[in-house]
Every structure is written in C-alpha cells, then in structure tokens.
Design a protein around this ligand. Structure first.
Ligand SMILES: *[C@@H]1O[C@H](CO)[C@@H](O)[C@H](O)[C@H]1NC(C)=O
Ligand SMILES: *[C@@H]1O[C@H](CO)[C@@H](O)[C@H](O)[C@H]1NC(C)=O
Length: 470
C-alpha cells in the first residue's frame, strides 16, 4: 500500500491530471460511444495503450519496487503496486472498489496467455484506470492541496493564480471521476446486460440493434468472445440470423463475424450452432446488400483457418451460393470480397502444405485440409473466367487482388485462360497502362513502386500463358 501512495505523492501534478483526464475520457467514451469509435481500426488504440502502459511503467513505477501477485483460481485482491502477471482475469469488485485477479478458469486457456498482448482496448484500460482507487486519489489530491498552501506561504503569489487555475479543473474532474468510477463495469457485466437487452421481448428493435452494435465492440477480444459463448449470447446471435428484420440479421452477422475472428473455440461452437447454414441462406436469398455484406464477413471469419468448416461449406454448396452472387444485380461490391476470400483459403492450404514445421498437430490439420478440395471445385464451377473477368474493373487494388488470384489459379485454369481472347486483350491493355504508370512512378524516384509490381504480375501471367503453348 505504501508503495502506491508514495508513488502517487511523487507523481507530478501533470501526471495526475493526465490520469484523471484519461479516466474521464475513457468513461465518457464508454457511455456515449459514437459509431466511428467501434468501427475504427483497433491497432491504433492498442498502440497507444501499449505506449501508455510502458510510460507508466517507466516513469512512475520502479520495477524493483513492484511486488508480485501470486494468482490462484480464486479471486484475490490485488494490492496497489502489485504487478499482475499477463493472462489473468482482472475485475473491479464493485462493492469494495478493489481490483481482483485470478487465473483463467480453464487450464486449457493457458495457451491464451500468448494472446494477452493482442488483448484489446477495454480490458487494458480497465486495469489502468482501476489501479488507483478513489481513496488513493483523494489522498494524493489532499497532498497536492497541501503543497498549494505551502507555496502560498512561500510568497509565490504570482504563481498562485496559475496554480489555482490548474487546480480548479482537477477538483471538478475529481468529482466527475468519482461519479464515473462507480459506473466502471467489467466487460463481462456489460455483456450480460447487452445480451439481456437483445434477448428481452420488451426491447424495441432499435434497442436490440443498439445492443448488438455494442456487443460487436466487446466480442473482438478473445476472452470476451468466450464469455459471450458461455453466456449463451452466441446462440442468440446465430438465431438472430433468421430474424425477419433485416437490421437484426445484419447486426447479428456483424457480431458473429467479430466473435469468430481468429477464435477457434467460437468457430467450433458456431458451426455446431448452425451458423454456417444460416449464413448461406442469407447469401442465397434476396436480401439487402448491407445484410449480405455482413453475412459474407461472418462467413469469411468462419472459414478462415478452419478446414472443417471449409469442408462443410463445400458440401453445402457454398461455392455455388457465392457464384450466384455474381449473377445478382447490385452485388458488385461483394465481388472482390468473394475473390479475396477464395484467394485466402487457397493460400492458407498451400502454405500449410509447404510448411516445414510438420508436427503432430500440424499433421492433423494437413489431413483435414487434404479433404478440402477447393481448387478443383473452383475450376469445375467456372470460377476461372468469373475471376479473370474482374480484371476489367477500374480500381488498382481490385486488379491487384484479381491478378494475385489469377496467378495462383494459373496451374489449374491455364487451359481456359489460353483460349480466352478477352483475357489476352485485357492483359495487353493493362500492360500498356501499367508500363506508363510504372515509368511515371520511376521518374518520381520510386524504384520499387506499386505499379511496377502490378506490371510485373501482368508480365508473369502473360509469360505463363505463352509458356503453356510450348
Ligand atoms: C433469452 O430469453 C429466454 C426467454 O425469456 C430465456 O429462456 C433464455 O434463457 C434467454 N437466453 C439468454 C442467453 O439469456
Ligand atoms: C431461427 O431458426 C431457429 C431454428 O433453426 C429457431 O429456433 C429460431 O427461433 C429462429 N429465429 C427466428 C427469429 O425466427
């Protein structure tokens, strides 16, 4: 305890102000989160957090002063100044205002400690903002006020006004902080509320959509997604996919996609909960574009790095469902997402097959992937030409993805491509266009530019098509 108080007393006024400001900002962000906040890429905030954490560690905490917290499977109070090892579950006890931590429930979850670094946004912020209790803050503020008086007697009257001005907002912030501090809840508690809101028959459509919207923000985190699962939220969201309300379908798919991302446990539960069929139904039937977009997003999260789901996808005719999107009007913005998904799935399998590191576990995965005959199905269903036709689209980054996909499919699609007059015309036109752009790029001093790379892709494809004739 003495550590932390000592710590706070030496903390400069500025640091405390920053702490208070960030706490207030954090809380107000939580309470009236604007749409952009949830959709912003997380990398940036992660980075900031990490920097913030580092600087706390470097500036304020002498590592040698830190006591180590020895975790058990029971919740234990974390004393101020104690270092909490990574990978623990941390919560704020709302009755005592104290921070508590314990080992994750399931011993299997230990492997998740690696994920700790990737843990996002709120959890880290909870830890940071809860590491000072309001009592400590009050004591620190009392000391600072004491200083203010000393300064007064030291006849630094010129400074006084300045100091006062700086302290007034702190006093106000303190009050605000204490009010807000009471409202800080763990992610788990927030999710329980949101799930209940979504599940309640008395909630309006808007309230349900808002609950899903907020849930999407939480389930990105691997541990939160697991809690979401154990709370029964995942199945509710899967059931939401066949709601009659397009808005609910859309947001249910959004939450599902977020929870599935790089989360094998959720992937398994979701496929068992019937999510794959429901997503395919959405993609196969007439739905607003926004709904299909999110369903495709969830489908992609479901299939990536999950060969079992890929196999079911092929068995259920998922590839035909995606191909039919190309016949539907108004779905153009989905084309490149579909191609990107196919490209990623093909590459994923290739990388694993080429991988040197064939340990037992890998071997099992290789066996699973062996059953996923995606490329033959792609060729059989006429995707070669569907994909190469997309080279006619005007955007460079679309063409880049299509070129990559054409190259990867070359061995299997060559026969069709060689007889494709439209393709060779398109390739010549693109070559001319990118020769010019690459030259311009080089004149501007960019030797290994983007357009040069595209040009080289095009040239490789043209060569490979010619080589086939030999
Ligand atoms: C949703 O509501 C139903 C009916 O009120 C209830 O039986 C079910 O347990 C709830 N599900 C969850 C996950 O809260
Ligand atoms: C969606 O389908 C499941 C069964 O597949 C059903 O239990 C659920 O009630 C349906 N939900 C809606 C909103 O229709």
């Amino acid at each position: 305890m003495s550590h932390c108080i000592g710590l706070l007393s030496i903390a400069s006024k500025l640091n405390l102000l920053v702490l208070l400001l960030s706490a207030v900002c954090f809380c107000s962000c939580l309470s009236d989160r604007i749409p952009e906040f949830a959709l912003t890429k997380t990398e940036e905030s992660d980075l900031k957090e990490e920097n913030g954490k580092e600087s706390v560690a470097e500036d304020d905490l002498d590592p040698e002063d830190l006591e180590v917290f020895y975790p058990t499977y029971q919740w234990q109070t974390v004393r101020p100044g104690q270092a909490v090892p990574a990978g623990l579950h941390v919560r704020l006890n709302l009755q005592t205002g104290e921070r508590e931590a314990r080992l994750p429930d399931n011993k299997n979850e230990k492997s998740d400690m690696k994920d700790q670094k990737k843990r996002k946004r709120l959890d880290e912020m909870h830890i940071n903002s809860n590491s000072y209790t309001s009592q400590e803050l009050k004591e620190a503020l009392a000391k600072m006020k004491g200083k203010e008086k000393t300064e007064n007697t030291m006849e630094q009257k010129a400074n006084l006004e300045d100091v006062r001005q700086r302290f007034r907002p702190i006093e106000e912030l303190k009050k605000e902080f204490e009010e807000l501090n009471m409202k800080i809840e763990t992610d788990f508690e927030v999710m329980v509320k949101l799930i209940n809101k979504f599940n309640s028959s008395t909630s309006t459509l808007d309230e349900k959509v808002a609950a899903l919207y907020d849930l999407e923000y939480y389930v990105h985190q691997v541990d939160n997604a697991k809690d979401f699962l154990s709370l029964g939220g995942l199945q509710l969201v899967i059931n939401g996919l066949n709601s009659t309300e397009p808005m609910l379908k859309e947001h249910a798919a959004f939450v599902l996609g977020a929870a599935l991302s790089s989360n094998p446990k959720v992937q398994v539960e979701a496929i068992e909960g019937g999510a794959l069929q429901k997503l395919l139904v959405i993609l196969a039937t007439e739905q607003p574009l926004a709904v299909k977009k999110k369903a495709l997003f969830a489908l992609s999260s479901m299939l990536r790095h999950f060969p079992y789901a890929q196999l079911q996808f092929l068995k259920l005719g998922g590839l035909q469902v995606l191909r039919n999107l190309f016949k539907e009007k108004g779905m153009e913005t989905l084309y490149i997402r579909v191609v990107t998904l196919l490209y990623d799935l093909i590459v994923e399998k290739m990388l694993l097959e080429d991988s040197e590191n064939k340990e037992d576990q890998m071997e099992e995965k290789v066996q699973q992937y062996k059953q996923v005959n995606l490329v033959p199905a792609v060729v059989e269903q006429g995707w070669c030409v569907i994909i190469s036709n997309l080279l006619a689209l005007p955007e460079h980054d679309t063409r880049e993805k299509v070129l990559k996909t054409v190259r990867i499919l070359m061995a299997s699609c060559r026969d069709g491509y060689q007889g494709d007059y439209a393709l060779s015309t398109t390739l010549s036109m693109l070559r001319t266009e990118y020769e010019e752009l690459a030259a311009e790029e080089q004149r501007e001093g960019d030797k290994d530019g983007y357009f040069k790379e595209l040009l080289s892709s095009i040239n490789t494809i043209i060569q490979e098509l010619r080589a086939g004739y030999l």
